[in-house]
Design a protein around this ligand. Structure first.
Ligand code: ADP
Ligand code: MG
Length: 699
């Protein structure tokens, strides 16, 4: 339809100046854009309130009555008009700060108006600023208005006279021009039918001018589905394209190392979830396509074990594997775990980090280049150009949130044919977000913990409850357990963070003179930090006082209490990560959140969630609800291909799943994008993408 592509400035009531504003403020440039600019909410105008029934904090209300008095005050910018409005049951004050001339010329005393506005209490009485007033002609009843749409308008727009009401008028004008014609459909009939969606024309008309509140859900469902569907179609098409372009290395056999490890070395039974993920990895790596898999699993769920078995699979097929960790401590820990668990199996595992220097480094690099080093563990030192693999078949990236997209891409190029990639993260990503920001990676989830773990008990104390806190600590120490005490990293002042830790360290030493206390903070030399950490690991110190430096990956099964000081300063994801440091042995473990007494609503909720659940995914969902999806730790680096305007990744999770299935089905049935009934889909996707050129998918 030509009309939809028409420049908005030619629409009656717009013109060049307003067109410029609509473009700059809302991105509305064509008539089609305008029709897609939906109201952000609706005011129910079917009800008329009485002044005597007004309450504070009411949303928009309608009143019917008269203005009985006007007064003006101030000069210049301070100028304003006040009026007294009554419906016979009470009085409200009306106030205008702008557009005074219009008010003076238009509104008259003793005339009847239908008023719409948001009441607020001001100096002890109700006041409504900038109400909308519609004249009621004597003897003529105002028409039933139903739901009135409210549109986003900016300050600049308001100054130029484009109010929500103007927007309503413009949308009406546009629909008048469309007339009885149907708007071009973006979803083919078979999809509408299969997913019980109303037509685009009906959906848009209803969203702008709902005949009743009952009509809205169906219209909004259609519009949200469409948005989520195109999002998923884009992500999945990208993933498919990559699968076709890149031929993967084929791990055809399960060989000696994998089998011997499984039967001779594995010290425990794998959990069902671990087995499932191992199967998924075997399927991927044997398929001939390149694997790009995200492995999600809560802290302690046994991801490392799965990664190790994947590495052995590579080794069995004559390839090398590497395992990349975010910190040196973690890399060393992985190396130790791997060597210990492999025992006498003839697999050469080496370490490469920044502190491996000189001859040792040269030897490792040589072994990597000639293929005798079969598994290389390290930090991002692994991706330096000097590290040349003979034939890298698998790259595992642990704790993914510390690695950017670029670093992942660098690993691709470590082999002539890109290696399989397994990304592991313990930062639980809500299901719906995983389907968007990581939507092009296949996702495996380890959703059960090894048996015998007791859920960690979480307790919330206020900072003045130190007596109770120390009682608990003393008791656990008497049982031979170890304890972490964590202080927040204060962004604005590292010095302050250190002070907290040092003070805490002194307090604890004084309170518990018979126990040894260690300390780790950001201003210590790396080797001193390392020494303090190792002493704790070996059990030489009983308590470790620290800033969040130990957040990632430290494994001390004997530690059974995690005390988090100033817990109000931590986000949910971080609290959950920290808590995951305990509960690794079979003993009952505890997490104590210590906060000040005065807490904001949100903080109180955060503490409550921590006390109530240990399920990382539940916590991630709650976190997203509290903070909004854009703000989640570890996800900022990768944006979404489109901004969602109507749908919401949290509230519309089920619809997103449906839309993803629908998009996958379309791609499966029409991989060449050749079926005529799907033509509108690809066209619409192109349109959406030209609006947002800088879509950079995650590699
Ligand atoms: P993650 O990397 O997911 O945080 P790890 O792989 O480090 O978890 O495992 C945490 C601990 O649980 C390790 O000590 C590991 O040996 C142990 N573990 C892993 N899988 C199992 C299992 N199936 N049964 C018992 N213990 C397990
Ligand atoms: Mg781990």
């Amino acid at each position: 339809m030509q009309l939809l592509k028409q420049d908005i400035k030619y629409l009656k009531g717009v013109g060049p100046r307003r067109a410029e504003l609509l473009g700059a403020e809302l991105g509305v440039r064509t008539v089609g854009d305008l029709l897609r600019e939906l109201p952000y909410k609706y005011i129910d105008r079917s009800e008329v309130h009485k002044v005597c029934d007004l309450q504070d904090e009411m949303p928009y209300v309608q009143l019917r009555g008269k203005i009985v008095d006007f007064s003006e005050e101030g000069t210049g910018r301070k100028q304003r008009i006040r009026a007294v409005f009554t419906d016979g049951t009470g009085y409200v004050e009306l106030i205008w700060f702008a557009g005074l001339r219009y008010v003076r010329e238009t509104y008259k005393v003793e005339r009847e108006y239908l008023l719409l506005g948001k009441p607020a209490i001001w100096n002890g009485r109700f006041s409504i600023s900038h109400p909308e007033l519609d004249k009621i002609e004597p003897g003529q009843e105002p028409q039933q208005l139903g739901l009135q749409p409210l549109y986003h308008t900016s300050e600049r727009m308001k100054k130029a006279g484009i109010s929500s009401r103007t927007m309503t008028q413009l949308v009406r004008t546009a629909f008048d021009a469309v007339g009885a014609q149907a708007l071009p459909e973006t979803l083919p009939a078979y999809l509408q039918e299969k997913h019980r969606l109303c037509s685009l024309t009906y959906a848009l008309r209803t969203a702008h001018f709902p005949p009743s509140a009952d009509a809205l859900p169906a219209a909004m469902r259609r519009l949200k589905f469409e948005e989520l569907f195109f999002l998923q179609l884009d992500i999945l098409r990208y993933a498919l394209g990559r699968q076709q372009k890149v031929r993967g290395l084929r791990f055809v056999r399960v060989g000696n190392m994998f089998n011997r490890f499984y039967h001779e070395r594995l010290p425990f039974e794998l959990t069902r979830a671990q087995k499932r993920v191992v199967r998924e990895i075997r399927r991927d790596t044997g398929s001939g396509a390149q694997m790009n898999r995200l492995l999600q699993g809560d802290v302690g769920s046994g991801k490392t074990m799965v990664a190790m078995m994947a590495c052995l699979l590579a080794v069995d097929n004559g390839y090398q594997a590497c395992l990349m960790a975010p910190t040196e401590i973690l890399a060393e820990q992985h190396l130790a775990t791997l060597r210990e668990q492999l025992g006498n199996l003839p697999v050469r595992v080496e370490l490469l980090t920044g502190i491996v220097k000189g001859r040792a480094r040269r030897e490792v690099l040589e072994g990597v280049a000639d293929g005798t080093v079969q598994i290389l563990v390290g930090t991002h030192a692994l991706i330096e150009p000097t590290v040349r693999f003979a034939n890298l078949g698998l790259a595992v990236i642990d704790e993914q949130h510390r690695f950017g997209v670029k670093q992942r891409a660098a690993l691709w190029n470590k082999n002539a044919r890109p290696p399989h990639i397994l990304v592991m993260t313990a930062t639980p990503i809500p299901r719906t977000l995983a389907m968007t920001v990581y939507g092009d990676l296949d996702v495996s989830v380890i959703d059960e913990l090894p048996p015998g773990r007791k859920p960690i008990r979480t307790i919330h104390y206020y900072e003045n409850q130190t007596v109770k806190l120390f009682e608990g600590i003393r008791y656990q120490l008497s049982l031979g357990r170890q304890i972490y005490v964590i202080y927040p990293l204060i962004k604005e002042s590292e010095k302050l963070s250190v002070q907290f830790v040092v003070q805490g360290y002194a307090d604890i030493q004084k309170a518990l003179p018979q126990y040894r206390v260690g300390m780790v903070h950001g201003q210590m030399r790396p080797q001193d930090k390392e020494a303090a950490m190792q002493a704790f690991k070996r059990g030489e110190t009983h308590i470790l006082v620290s800033t969040t430096v130990i957040e990632v990956g430290v494994n001390v099964p004997n530690a059974s209490v995690m005390v988090i000081q100033n817990a109000e300063r931590f986000g949910l994801a971080q609290l959950h990560q920290l808590r995951g440091r305990v509960g690794r042995g079979s003993e009952q473990s505890y997490c104590v959140l210590v906060t000040k007494r005065e807490l904001s609503e949100d903080t109180r909720r955060r503490m409550q969630i921590m006390v109530e659940t240990t399920d990382g995914f539940e916590i991630a969902e709650e976190d997203m609800k509290l903070r909004g999806p854009g703000d989640l730790e570890g996800t900022q680096q990768s944006g979404m291909p489109f901004d969602l305007k109507v749908a919401n990744v949290v509230r519309d999770a089920d619809l997103m799943v449906e839309a993803r299935h629908a998009a996958a089905a379309v791609l499966q049935a029409d991989p060449e994008q050749a079926l005529p009934q799907n033509a509108p889909l690809w066209q619409r996707l192109d349109e959406l993408k030209t609006d947002r050129k800088n879509f950079s998918a995650i590699s």
